[in-house]
Design a protein around this ligand. Structure first.
Ligand SMILES: Cc1cc2nc3c(=O)[nH]c(=O)nc-3n(C[C@H](O)[C@H](O)[C@H](O)COP(=O)(O)O)c2cc1C
Length: 311
């Protein structure tokens, strides 16, 4: 059954750095494919937006298997940004999303600074993305051997280059694998980001004691799901105080109450990720849960929640 959120008089529309969203809920990149794969379960036009899997200039095969491991209240993945390349997204997936009436946030990745720009240029030429989410938390880019998103100077460089390539809303996705996420957030803000999204996965590992081997072929992977929610909430709260930009909060969101907590911490919108693997219509459940909360608490406009934490 294809589901959409229930009717309400609560005002749900938000503005995420120039991207108008009918409600504050999108999907987290890499957990909802390009939207079409979930069309039997979710009316994608009823979400605030659909965020697509990270796309690079040419197709990537991703890492060797096993690349998924279950953990208490979460999962580890080391997919490695597998994707068919930007031309496929432009030809097949974005037209489908547009025809379905969905807003598309395209998650952009690259092996080098130049590749990020080339992906955005290709998408700009096609003109079918509504916003970009620049994933600066992938390893193996030309930033002196460091993970790009952990070095403020590299963050400033890549965000500036992407900024020059587009006038569309530019959302920069932060990694939690840093000592001070506010420093990275400030670097992205000063380079022209319109919004920030956080968090990407936390680096972790799983070990099979019997075989005495790592469970994942690559040994380490990214932890997501309810296990990371307290870390994500803390980081959204800190970044909300550090920079004057709208935030897209994510990390373990499964319910409307989870989403409300992120909004109280300072998120303008939220993304539902790992929960999609447990319940394909989880994003609709989250919108419905936000509506329930607002109706019960007498909140007429969801914008009243943003940063409303009482400390
Ligand atoms: C299987 C999988 C693939 C992912 N792929 C991407 C990706 O391509 N780009 C990206 O920015 N984040 C990616 N992520 C991170 C999610 O978008 C999200 O930031 C993270 O999982 C935290 O949210 P969650 O706990 O609700 O899943 C991926 C996560 C998972 C579980």
């Amino acid at each position: 059954m294809t589901r959409k959120p229930r009717e309400t008089s609560v005002r749900l529309a938000v503005d995420l750095g120039g991207l108008p969203m009918a409600n504050p809920v999108t999907t987290a990149s890499g957990t909802f494919a390009a939207g079409r794969e979930y069309a039997d379960f979710v009316d994608v036009s009823s979400l605030g937006a659909v965020t697509t899997k990270g796309v690079s200039l040419n197709g990537w095969e991703g890492n060797a298997s096993p690349r998924i491991a279950e953990t208490p209240s979460g999962m580890l993945n080391s997919i490695g940004l597998q994707n068919p390349g930007v031309a496929h997204l432009i030809e097949c997936d974005l037209p489908w999303l547009a025809a379905a009436g969905a807003k598309a946030i395209v998650n952009v990745s690259g092996h080098s600074f130049r590749e990020y720009v080339e992906v955005i240029e290709a998408l700009e030429a096609a003109g079918t993305a509504d916003a970009y989410e620049v994933n600066i938390s992938c390893p193996n880019v030309d930033a002196g051997g460091m993970t790009l998103g952990t070095d403020p100077a590299s963050v400033q460089t890549v965000v500036s280059l992407c900024r020059e390539a587009t006038d569309r809303p530019l959302i920069v996705k932060l990694t939690p694998n840093v000592t001070d996420i506010c420093e990275i957030a400030r670097a992205a803000a000063s380079a022209g980001a319109d919004a920030l999204s956080l968090i990407n996965t936390l680096l972790g590992m799983a070990i099979d004691a019997r075989s005495r081997r790592p469970v994942l072929a690559r040994a380490v992977g990214g932890l997501s799901g309810p296990a990371v929610k307290p870390v994500a909430l803390r980081m959204v709260w800190q970044v909300h105080q550090a920079v004057d930009l709208p935030l897209l909060g994510m990390g373990g969101i499964c319910t409307g109450t989870d989403a409300v907590e992120f909004m109280l911490a300072g998120a303008t919108a939220v993304a539902v990720g790992t929960a999609n693997f447990m319940e394909p219509a989880a994003a609709v459940d989250v919108v419905d849960g936000i509506i329930d909360y607002c109706e019960q608490q007498g909140v007429a406009d969801v914008n009243e929640l943003i940063g409303g934490l009482r400390c």
